[in-house]
Write a protein that binds this ligand. Structure first.
Ligand SMILES: [Zn+2]
Length: 171
C-alpha cells in the first residue's frame, strides 16, 4: 500500500508544450501498473500534442472541474467531431479507437485525470498521430517512436521520431 499527495508529485510539462501542470502519478507510486496523470489545463492547453490513438492502451479522461472539448476523427482527412465533457464527466477510448485530442477551449481552468491501461506509461511505438506530411502533401497517419525512452519518463522532443506511415518521411 502506498499513499500519495498530489502536491508532492513532480510536475512534468508535456514534451510538446501541450500543457504545463501535468503530474504523472506513477512517478510517486513504485511499480504502478498503469498510467494516471493529473492535469490542470489553462485556457488553450490540451491533454496531448495532437490527434492520436494508442494501439496498445485504452484511455479514460475525466474532467473534474471545467469543461474539456475532445476532437475525434476516424482517420486521415476524415471529418472530425467535437464532444464536450465535464465538469464531473469523462470520455473513454479503447485501444485503436478513433484519433483524439482533448483541449481546454474555455476561459476557465480544466482540472482532470488521464488514465491509461495497460502500461505504466504508454509505449511510444504504440502511438499513431494524424500529421500533415510535407512529402505526401496530405494528412497521414504518423507513427511515434522514442528509442531511448525506456526509463519511465516522457521523452525529450528531440529524442522522438515521427514517421509518415505512407511514405516514410521523418519529421
Ligand atoms: Zn508522407
Amino acid at each position: 500500500m502506498q499513499q500519495l499527495d498530489l502536491d508532492d508529485v513532480e510536475q512534468v510539462p508535456h514534451f510538446m508544450g501541450a500543457n504545463e501542470d501535468r503530474r504523472p502519478l506513477s512517478q510517486a507510486i513504485d511499480a504502478m501498473g498503469f498510467a494516471a496523470t493529473h492535469l490542470e489545463l489553462d485556457p488553450g492547453e490540451s491533454f496531448s500534442g495532437g490527434l492520436h490513438t494508442h494501439t496498445d492502451q485504452e484511455e479514460l479522461f475525466v474532467a473534474l472541474e471545467g469543461t474539456a472539448t475532445f476532437e475525434t476523427a476516424p482517420g486521415p482527412n476524415e471529418a472530425s467531431e467535437t464532444t464536450e465533457i465535464g465538469p464531473m464527466g469523462g470520455i473513454h477510448f479503447e485501444a485503436g479507437d478513433v484519433f483524439q485530442q482533448g483541449r481546454n477551449e474555455t476561459e476557465e481552468p480544466v482540472t482532470g485525470l488521464a488514465i491509461g491501461v495497460g502500461s505504466e506509461r504508454h509505449a511510444w511505438d504504440g502511438v499513431e498521430a494524424l500529421v500533415d506530411c510535407p512529402d505526401c502533401g496530405a494528412e497521414t497517419v504518423h507513427s511515434l517512436a522514442a528509442p531511448d525512452a525506456d526509463d519511465g519518463r516522457i521523452p525529450e522532443m528531440d529524442a522522438m521520431r515521427i514517421v509518415c506511415s505512407d511514405c516514410g518521411h521523418e519529421l
